[in-house]
Design a protein around this ligand. Structure first.
Ligand SMILES: [Zn+2]
Length: 217
């Protein structure tokens, strides 16, 4: 178990570095966590994400009790733990990516203008605003994540979860890309929104693709 939680700390640091490289974080805004069994490695509060190393990462149990580390866990600890408890995820990435955050101030749902949104489970919802770090915010975001692996948080930012840090990171990058595509499309004209049937067909095509990949090992 020691090795698993150490690997989780490394994964948190890796994801933080990648977020900074992709210009999806600024300063200490955002947090990353990775679960190893019933323990969670999470960025400490107030840390500059791009500079987080494995030794800076703190470890808590699923009730939020601090097990390792001498700093307080991220202020969005309850939100991260809620995603593990409700959705059984392996990793969570929350950031204030610029385009996602901009759109979170004007939309109630990101219009499905590109089929890749099905890689996030369907049209991405915007969770209603509540104070950062609050139980109310955690509840709003958990609701918005129903059947989805990502959500926008009104006037705040973005969140994605996955089986591991790489998948949560990929989904975060995809969400920012989808937001950017919608932004550019809406600036150029009236974007066509895909119908429920078109989205369902894309979802089925992705599922077939995954089963082929699984069978080929
Ligand atoms: Zn935040």
């Amino acid at each position: 178990m020691g090795a698993a939680i150490d690997a989780a700390r490394e994964d948190v640091a890796y994801a933080c570095r990648r977020l900074a490289e992709e210009r999806l974080v600024h300063g200490s805004a955002g947090n990353v966590s990775v679960r190893a069994g019933d323990r969670v490695a999470i960025t400490p509060t107030g840390s500059v994400l791009g500079e987080v190393g494995p030794r800076d990462v703190v470890v808590v149990d699923l009730d939020g009790n601090l097990l390792e580390g001498d700093r307080a866990p991220s202020s969005e600890l309850e939100l991260n733990l809620g995603v593990y408890r409700r959705y059984g995820a392996g990793a969570v990435v929350h950031c204030h990516a610029p385009v996602a955050t901009a759109l979170s101030t004007v939309l109630d749902e990101l219009p499905a203008v590109h089929y890749e949104v099905m890689l996030l489970g369907g049209p991405v919802r915007v969770a209603p605003y509540a104070t950062f770090g609050s139980a109310e915010l955690a509840a709003n975001v958990l609701e918005a994540l129903e059947g989805r692996s990502a959500a926008l948080m009104a006037s705040h930012g973005a969140i994605a979860h996955g089986d591991d840090a790489r998948q949560a990171l990929e989904r975060t990058i995809l969400l920012e890309w989808l937001c950017d595509v919608y932004w550019r499309a809406a600036a150029a004209g009236e974007p066509r929104v895909l119908s429920h049937e078109q989205l369902a067909a894309a979802g089925a095509a992705f599922a077939r693709q995954r089963s082929i990949v699984d069978m080929s090992g």
